[in-house]
Design a protein around this ligand. Structure first.
Ligand SMILES: [Mn+2]
Length: 596
């Protein structure tokens, strides 16, 4: 089937005068997780993972993916003509892909690209790379895959939810006014928005258009006196909500109206967010102002009231994981439990939490050597039996009306080796060192990355994923605000930001350890100033789940680290005590949180 599709695509390429076609696993909104409607990479390759880039030439088919997809890519591409490469570090540019392409094609060849799947920033870099290699670009609109895709899935038709005041104390009207004021100050009069998380947070709307991500597929154009929302109008049950000069248009009308409304206007665009296709559809008479969207800050910084909800959502989510761990510890070795069974239990316990919507991503339940595969996901027909020996890694999160969460715990399910304990303790040291950091205002995510990595580097190891990512508010588990802790995250950390702290260590073929808490940035309560001037910030814990005491090698911890662990465990028990009704679970938790 894949071979047939490739044959058809190559015929189309020939008709369009294209020598190679580039496919990127994203959509017109630059989503990380795609609705099936836009999963063109899966259609043309059979790849079921999330991240990939594909180049198809007349003779070859090549895919690039990242470490967390290694297992999937191996399995999915087995019976296809695809070759693949697993990247150690994922970057936004396409240097590696273009270098490969330049070796395969003579100069003056033409590369076809769907301009909806690249941001303006990516396209600028891509043009330069291609120019250096003498390769020309041809935009295809529509995407060539769409022309041969029969029985294509449809987009969500479900009703759009307008959020309750309880969760959104600041109304859409107020937020829009604030945005318009900023636009005016910047001397701009139109702002074009394609990022779905920005639209959801600005308009206080949610949907279920993408698995695990309660967003609404739409575009938004904000002018100084109007808001134009391009969305499937049939999905708005109660048009009353669409007030305050918000006018709803059909999604398909976006490009046409964009061209008209931007005529001779000054347009604010965030080139890291909007696609080249949007840029191509702005009136040529418009003056373009390229700047970070003010909505990045709107999203990234949670208000005090939002934080209160987020704290509550994280308590519920922590309890669900505690119940899962308690269930595993009570049943392992007594009856047959597979990774898949645990994944089902996770959902079951999360559903007990009030206003739970769905998981915030597909849970990872990885036993033994499977945990060395980052983001491994057990399948119903292919999942390991958990024996009462070694370690188990659990990474799961939920979306609740009052917040989004993400927790990882590595637990012991029986006898463990000294090496495992040392590895666990090494990761815990990194996790504690970052979590306990006090830093001056102005510090950026990448400044702090070394804190989590140092204890791991000291042992001659490293981990190939980010140390932390921003977490949304009933939106994306990987927030699109650019916040995070990794060498690539440059955003300045500020009060009210929610992110994760998740160092790890993976020994291929043996085991994996990751410890992850959701945290938020707050003013430090003791040190108020650095050098008598700057505000001091710190992280506060959102996740309330004990570390695995049986995996802690106390003799390689410092006195301070032991104190941090004891303080955290004390806080966990104090916070959760009133919320846990089951006496057995409460007794288990008390023990798990006892002083070491
Ligand atoms: Mn995470």
């Amino acid at each position: 089937m894949i071979k047939e599709r490739l044959k058809e695509l190559r015929a189309l390429m020939k008709n369009h005068g294209i020598n190679a076609y580039l496919l990127i696993s994203t959509d017109p909104h630059q989503n990380e997780y795609l609705p099936p409607y836009w999963d063109r990479c899966r259609f043309i390759s059979g790849f079921t993972g999330t991240y990939c880039r594909i180049i198809i030439t007349d003779k070859e088919t090549m895919m690039w993916t990242d470490g967390k997809e290694e297992l999937k890519v191996k399995k999915d591409l087995k019976k296809t003509p695809y070759k693949y490469y697993v990247k150690e570090l994922v970057t936004a540019d396409l240097r590696m892909e273009i270098e490969w392409l330049a070796e395969k094609l003579p100069r003056n060849s033409v590369l076809g690209i769907d301009p909806q799947t690249v941001t303006v920033t990516q396209m600028d870099a891509l043009k330069e790379l291609l120019n250096n290699k003498g390769i020309k670009v041809k935009y295809t609109d529509p995407n060539l895959i769409d022309l041969l895709w029969e029985k294509r899935p449809t987009l969500s038709q479900s009703a759009i939810v307008f959020r309750d005041k309880k969760y959104e104390p600041v109304s859409a009207v107020e937020k829009i006014k604030k945005l318009q004021k900023i636009m005016k100050e910047k001397g701009t009069d139109v702002h074009v928005i394609s990022n779905l998380e920005s639209i959801a947070r600005l308009l206080n709307v949610r949907g279920n258009d993408i698995e695990y991500t309660p967003l609404v597929i739409s575009y938004l154009i904000v002018t100084l006196d109007q808001v134009l929302w391009f969305v499937n109008k049939k999905r708005i049950k109660d048009l009353e909500h669409v007030t305050a000069n918000i006018i709803a248009f059909d999604y398909e009308d976006f490009a046409k109206i964009l061209k008209n409304i931007t005529e001779k206007r000054t347009v604010l665009v965030d080139t890291n967010e909007i696609s080249q296709w949007i840029m191509n559809n702005i009136s040529p008479s418009a003056k373009i102002v390229k700047e970070t969207s003010p909505l990045i800050t709107f999203k990234g910084i949670k208000t005090e009231k939002e934080l209160k909800h987020i704290i509550h959502a994280n308590i519920k989510d922590s309890i669900s994981l505690i119940k899962t761990i308690h269930w595993i510890k009570n049943n392992v070795g007594k009856k047959k439990i597979t990774e898949w069974d645990v994944a089902q239990k996770i959902v079951e316990f999360k559903k007990e939490g009030k206003v739970f919507i769905d998981l915030s991503f597909g849970s990872t339940v990885a036993y033994g050597k499977n945990a060395a595969i980052i983001h491994y996901s057990a399948q119903p027909d292919n999942s390991s039996v958990i024996k009462n020996k070694g370690m188990l890694l659990l990474d799961a999160g939920g979306n609740y009306l009052d917040g989004t969460s993400d927790i990882t715990r590595t637990i012991s399910v029986g006898e463990t080796t000294k090496e495992m304990k040392e590895s666990y303790t090494m990761v815990l040291k990194g996790h504690l060192s970052l979590g306990q950091a006090k830093f001056p205002k102005g510090t950026r995510g990448y400044h702090l990355d070394v804190l989590a990595r140092r204890p791991i580097w000291d042992k001659g190891f490293n981990f190939y994923h980010g140390t932390g990512h921003g977490v949304g508010y009933c939106t994306c588990v990987h927030e699109t605000s650019g916040i995070g802790i990794s060498p690539l995250k440059v955003a300045i950390l500020d009060e009210g930001m929610v992110l994760t702290n998740e160092p790890g260590y993976y020994k291929a073929g043996h085991y994996g350890v990751r410890i992850e808490n959701c945290i938020y940035v707050a003013k430090n309560s003791h040190l108020t100033k650095i050098n008598g001037k700057n505000t001091v910030l710190e992280f506060k814990e959102l996740t309330m789940c004990p570390y695995e005491k049986t995996l802690i090698e106390k003799n390689i911890l410092t006195k301070q680290e032991i104190e941090w662990i004891n303080n955290y465990h004390c806080l966990v028990f104090k916070t959760l005590k009133a919320h846990i009704k089951d006496k057995k679970i409460l007794a288990w938790l008390k023990d798990a949180c006892a002083t070491i």
